[in-house]
Design a protein around this ligand. Structure first.
Ligand SMILES: [Zn+2]
Length: 136
């Protein structure tokens, strides 16, 4: 980490490295990659947790391609989808817990008095940062 490299642009101080702008020269450290907002980052840049939710892991020697600053002062490093690979190639499609159509967990089916039999999972659901449950 080092200091920002400022240039004056449209009455603001812009760092030529991270691309962020301030009304006065910021004394914060430069992340040395492009800084984004949650809403304005490229579609292919994800945090590690977002990649895990997609059944993806970073390939070796991958470096972050962007950063988002958190309100608490930390960094959320961003990585390109292209720099990741599937953790489990046989994992069925991943749904969010609240948007999984009519798919149920084995426990939910048992509560309904239904047997799973030989049914194969048609999906998985992620809860928080873990892929938790097979859905049938
Ligand atoms: Zn900077």
């Amino acid at each position: 980490m080092k200091k920002h490299n400022f240039i004056k642009e449209d009455k603001l101080w812009k760092c030529t490295v991270c691309g962020w702008k301030w009304t006065s020269k910021s004394k914060t450290i430069c992340p040395e990659v492009t800084r984004y907002n949650w809403e304005e980052r490229p579609e292919n840049l994800k945090t590690k947790i977002e990649l895990e939710r997609l059944n993806l892991n970073l390939k070796e020697d991958t470096t972050s391609q962007g950063v988002i600053f958190s309100m608490t002062g930390g960094f959320y490093w961003l990585y390109r989808l292209e720099d990741s690979e599937k953790v489990n190639p046989n994992l069925p499609p991943i749904y969010s817990w609240d948007n999984r159509n009519s798919l149920k967990t084995p426990g939910e089916l048992r509560k309904l008095g239904l047997e799973i039999g030989n049914a194969k999972p048609k999906g998985t659901a992620s809860v928080w940062d873990k892929i938790l449950s097979e859905l049938i």
